[in-house]
Design a protein around this ligand. Structure first.
Ligand SMILES: C[S@@+](CC[C@H](N)C(=O)[O-])C[C@H]1O[C@@H](n2cnc3c(N)ncnc32)[C@H](O)[C@@H]1O
Length: 220
């Protein structure tokens, strides 16, 4: 991938004005672990893998005026169907996600008409100088990203497998790895917990957990 094409161009202000989009926060708790880390770092650059509608990216960007967030996502088609599923299934946690959204029908319509990437950029437009979007599959784009930026935090909120942790370590060796969904997958034996524990064993690290958020710390 050519580096000039790596980061998505920001659409014009006129175009963004036409998009009625809203951030959606998928927050199971414990993000304070990441907040504290970002607040401590001298020049925080967060690589977030899995942006969705920008809920967590907004959180990091609002923490400090000098934090830079690079958000990787496939920004694929059909996110309005994900929202629709939340409406149809109406589970308590889905209701908590959608209740704060001012107009869910408008959001679905915007996703259909403008696509995921432009909706996300509309949500994050006030951070135009500090948010860089990369559209792609993380494993395909991480090498190109590593040539352009040196993040000190990698927040995994897409695939959190052992392989993704290893890829993150390989390409971003100076970054603290953290992520979401610690308690996900009881029926599958908590695969994210297994991946993080296996990684920590292999690389002699420790980890902290707060509700669904986890963060790996190096022992040295
Ligand atoms: C749980 S959501 C992210 C939520 C977001 N961090 C928040 O807190 O609001 C997961 C996102 O990961 C993206 N995703 C899934 N697989 C991916 C991959 N291989 N590379 C990049 N993004 C991926 C999906 O498109 C989706 O938007």
């Amino acid at each position: 991938m050519e580096s000039r094409k790596l980061f998505a161009d920001w659409p014009s202000a006129d175009h963004l004005d036409q998009i009625d989009s809203f951030p959606v926060s998928l927050d199971g708790g414990g993000k304070e672990l990441v907040d504290d880390l970002i607040l401590k770092l001298p020049n925080p650059v967060v690589l977030e893998v899995g942006v969705f509608l920008g809920g967590s990216a907004t959180r990091w960007l609002e923490l400090r005026e000098d934090v830079v967030v690079v958000g990787v996502d496939t920004f694929g088609d059909g996110w309005e169907r994900i929202i629709q599923r939340y409406q149809d299934e109406d589970l308590p946690w889905m209701r908590r996600v959608l209740d704060p959204v001012p107009d869910v029908e408008l959001l679905k319509d915007s996703l259909r008409r403008h696509g995921a990437l432009d909706c996300v950029l509309s949500n994050l437009r006030k951070f135009k100088d500090r948010f860089l979007a990369v559209k792609g599959n993380f494993s395909d784009v991480c090498g190109a990203i590593a040539k352009e930026i040196t993040p000190n935090v990698v927040y995994l909120d897409a695939d959190k497998s052992f392989e993704m942790l290893e890829i993150s370590r390989k390409y971003f060796p100076g970054a603290v790895l953290c992520g979401d969904d610690w308690t996900w997958g009881e029926a599958q034996g908590f695969p994210i917990q297994k991946a993080v524990k296996r990684y920590c064993e292999r690389y002699n690290c420790t980890f902290q957990v707060d509700r669904v958020t986890w963060l790996v710390e190096s022992r040295s």
